[in-house]
Ligand binder design. Structure first.
Ligand code: MN
Ligand code: MN
Length: 458
């Protein structure tokens, strides 16, 4: 190939012994993070604890910020803003923003979840985000979340993660009796109201009333004994079913990681670790771990919330300028996963414009669907700026679209930030089996994203 032509770089092909060690060591820290942060609340708490260790203190509205300040804003325990005020001129340079999200597709318990049918106790769920429903049957599930009690206190629930915990599951038909289900379209084989969780099978035989000798009553008794809660308390709860298993290396060479919830904790982790590890103190940096990306970035913990601009207002006020002036000079990496090229399903991807596993951080200039609709489509000049920055800093990167034209599409938080007059582009880790209970990523891409974020905020 001539030196005029472009070719992607396989990280593992060019990595020396030192880089290989860095890639593999870094992956271990990430695995701990996703095992401990399976919901946005848990991921947020993990990052807050790390932030405190690195000297970050709670942000206070109205309190003037100054160079060297390190603050965090924990938004309702589900959305985190980490802000480091640089020694450089924020009026001239704006803010370097890295925006990732920490919510992942899952099954949420309904508000009135429990019922009994033919001697089995179940819980009703309402799925969250874009899932392929059939993938969630016959896998072990754990229950994570928070219950707000009538007295104003809250309790955190986590059942199914400890080695000795029971787990939960959704049943599916046996092949012997599945002839009719087998000929349904894949998307209809298991419906939304079929995602019912098996909770118990032993009736409350000690009940005084005959009518209370039910499995559901026994279940309520167990919940009351363990957590002191009644059925009505679940009206005020956020409880989710997520896969129980831990992150694992995939493949004999251990180059990949399989886990639940890579999307998008695989970009969140490099975002906040880059911030904590980067010692240069010139730039003002904001790292965002957003919630609700998987359902449109809505609500007061999602990226469309005014909190984003409110915090920039506070930075602006501290330095005698306006939010608009700062945003005009700011840049944002929308750190989100993209679709990795899967040789098992080549028909959905266009080979030249796909992100390949182990070929580095994946830049997605535009997302969207049907002619880029719903995409911010980053400016060429901004892509050019990043190209120079990454190349100068030895970051291995590639570009990739989400699939062939008109095959599908997707969106990220990028457009909401770009709409605020900030140069924004999507960059992230290519994922295989995205939104499934067991997504796969490359350790090399995880690390190259970390290096990219380091270079961006340096
Ligand atoms: Mn995502
Ligand atoms: Mn997603």
């Amino acid at each position: 190939m001539s030196e005029l032509a472009y070719k992607r770089t396989n990280v593992y092909e060019v990595a020396d012994e030192k880089l290989m060690k860095e890639i593999f060591d870094y992956a271990e820290g990430y695995k701990t993070f996703i095992d401990e942060g399976k919901t946005e609340r848990e991921a947020c708490a993990y990052a807050v604890a790390m932030a405190k260790k690195h000297g970050y203190v709670p942000f206070e509205f109205g309190k003037k910020l100054k160079a060297g300040d390190k603050v965090y804003y924990d938004n309702r325990g589900k959305n985190l803003y980490l802000i480091k005020i640089g020694k450089g001129d924020v009026k001239k340079d704006g803010i370097r923003i890295i925006a990732s999200h920490i919510d992942s597709p899952r099954l949420d318990l309904k508000q009135v979840p429990f019922y009994e049918s033919d001697g089995v106790a179940f819980a009703k769920t309402h799925y969250y985000g874009g899932i392929r429903k059939y993938q969630w049957a016959t896998i072990p599930l754990a229950l994570h979340g928070t219950i707000a009690l009538a007295d104003g206190s809250t309790i955190d629930v986590k059942i199914g993660e400890d080695e000795n915990d029971p787990v939960f599951c959704i049943s599916d038909l046996l092949p012997h009796l599945a002839a009719k289900q087998n000929v349904k379209p894949l998307g209809e084989a298991i419906g939304g109201e079929d995602l019912n969780i098996w909770l118990g099978n032993i009736p409350f035989v000690a009940a005084e009333n005959e009518k209370d000798k039910t499995v559901k009553e026994n279940l309520l008794k167990i919940l009351h004994e363990k957590y002191g809660v009644k059925e009505a308390d679940f009206l005020c709860a956020e409880l989710s079913l997520v896969p129980t298993y831990k992150a694992k290396d995939v493949g004999l060479d251990r180059g990949l990681i399989g886990a639940y919830g890579h999307d998008d904790r695989v970009c969140s982790y490099p975002a906040f670790t880059a911030l904590f590890d980067e010692e240069s103190d010139d730039k003002t940096v904001m790292v965002i771990l957003a919630d609700k990306e998987e359902i449109g970035s809505e609500g007061n913990t999602g990226m469309q919330c005014a909190l984003f601009t409110d915090l920039i207002d506070e930075i602006a006020a501290s330095f005698g300028t306006t939010s608009g002036a700062i945003r005009a000079k700011s840049m944002c990496l929308s750190a989100d996963v993209n679709a990795g090229y899967d040789p098992n399903y080549p028909e959905v991807c266009e080979k030249m414009n796909s992100a390949y596993l182990s070929h580095g951080a994946g830049i997605t200039k535009f997302t969207g669907a049907r002619g880029k609709s719903g995409s911010n489509d980053a400016n060429a000049e901004f892509v050019g700026y990043l190209r120079k920055l990454f190349d100068e800093n030895g970051v291995i990167w590639q570009t990739g679209e989400m699939g062939k034209v008109d095959v599908g599409g997707g969106g990220t938080v990028a457009k909401y930030i770009a709409n605020m007059n900030v140069d924004t582009i999507d960059i992230g880790v290519p994922v295989i089996s995205m939104h499934s209970p067991f997504e796969v990523i490359s350790k090399a891409d995880l690390y190259e994203n970390y290096l990219a974020f380091r270079a961006f905020i340096k």
